[in-house]
Design a protein around this ligand. Structure first.
Ligand code: TRP
Length: 327
């Protein structure tokens, strides 16, 4: 039998997760669990790049872990651990920071977008080096595949460059990882912007209760030219239609023709869509309830994940120090 390829992926713990995380990454993580060997990282040090106040980082990490477990990540198949608890991440980051120029990092479009969106006047050394730490995250586990949203592709390109440079200089230790994208790498936000994001306040959370989902969907932006039910709409430019494509795939033809012919109004269309999203989220809500009532189980899962992660990380760092000549 062929060896299973290895996945390493992660997220920053920025609070409760939303449908963008679910569709862009988490569903992929869950569906790949059997086919790959998986490691999943809570990138808690990375959270410092955009928020120096780390007083909530622990709670946010636990909340995110509960979201991961609720959507079906299985701790037996997918150990989950925090970056801050495995010190090899920072060690490998130091070494990798010598293998890439600051000019190369300054060209990273995802970091540029963050600087623009968050109005950052002077980027810190650590934020600029975000992809270098991410490279260490991935390569410490010799990750070959990285299932993420498309905004992460530039970071994975940097990871490949660092792996190549290291291997040429010191000997072949690392794979050159590849991104694995989903069919919807980016789910639009409720306000019509390209992406769901916490900072834009345009999200539906995985943990939202049914009435909240209905209410949020009522606020969703639709085709601006379709004002009354009798107006003809353009599903191809409507974010609610994109949600239907994702959460209600069997009815899309009917929804599209109803919208175009004006038989279907936006209010009814949104409510149908909300119902489908709620159906999709219901099993997750039930699992979440269990984990919220059994916090001890969650902490044990984390502890075991950290033991497994540390083992791999230690082995890789030993190899790195040896090939580099540190002994
Ligand atoms: N940059 C990712 C994000 O913003 C989080 C992350 C950190 C990550 N380390 C990683 C993703 C390693 C994939 C692999 O969501």
């Amino acid at each position: 039998m062929n060896r299973k390829k290895r996945i390493l992926s992660g997220m920053r713990p920025t609070g409760k997760l939303h449908l963008g995380h679910l569709v862009g990454a988490l569903e992929n993580w869950v569906s790949l669990q059997d086919e790959y060997e998986n490691y999943h990282l809570i990138a808690d040090y990375h959270a410092l790049t955009t928020d120096l106040d780390s007083s909530n980082v622990y709670q946010n990490s636990i909340d995110m872990l509960i979201d991961w477990l609720s959507v079906g990540l299985d701790p037996e198949k997918s150990p989950m651990f925090r970056q801050s608890q495995i010190k090899q991440h920072t060690e490998l980051h130091l070494i990798f920071s010598m293998l890439i120029t600051s000019a190369r990092l300054e060209r990273n479009p995802t970091v540029k977008d963050q600087v623009r969106d968050l109005n950052i006047e002077n980027i810190t050394y650590g934020h600029l080096g975000y992809p270098v730490l991410q490279s260490a995250d991935i390569l410490l586990y010799k990750g070959e595949c990285v299932p993420v949203g498309d905004d992460q592709v530039p970071h994975i390109e940097i990871t490949r460059e660092i792996a190549r440079k290291f291997n040429l200089q010191y000997g072949s230790v690392f794979p050159e990882p590849e991104p694995l994208l989903t069919r919807f790498p980016r789910l639009p936000g409720l306000d019509g912007s390209q992406k769901m994001s916490k900072s834009a306040g345009n999200t539906i959370l995985i943990s939202d209760e049914p009435d909240v989902v209905q209410k949020k969907m009522r606020s969703a932006v639709t085709d601006p030219l379709k004002i009354r039910k009798g107006d003809q709409g353009r599903p191809e430019i409507c974010l609610v239609y994109t949600y239907h494509q994702k959460f209600n795939p069997t009815d899309t033809a009917e929804i599209a023709s109803g919208c175009r012919s004006s038989a279907l109004g936006c209010v009814g269309c949104k409510s149908k869509c909300a119902t489908k999203i709620i159906e999709h989220l219901t099993p997750f809500r039930e699992k979440r309830k269990y984990y919220e009532e059994n916090k001890q189980v969650v902490l044990e899962i984390l502890n075991e994940g950290e033991i497994k992660g540390r083992k791999v990380a230690e082995a890789t760092m030993n190899e790195v120090r040896t090939v580099m000549g540190f002994g």
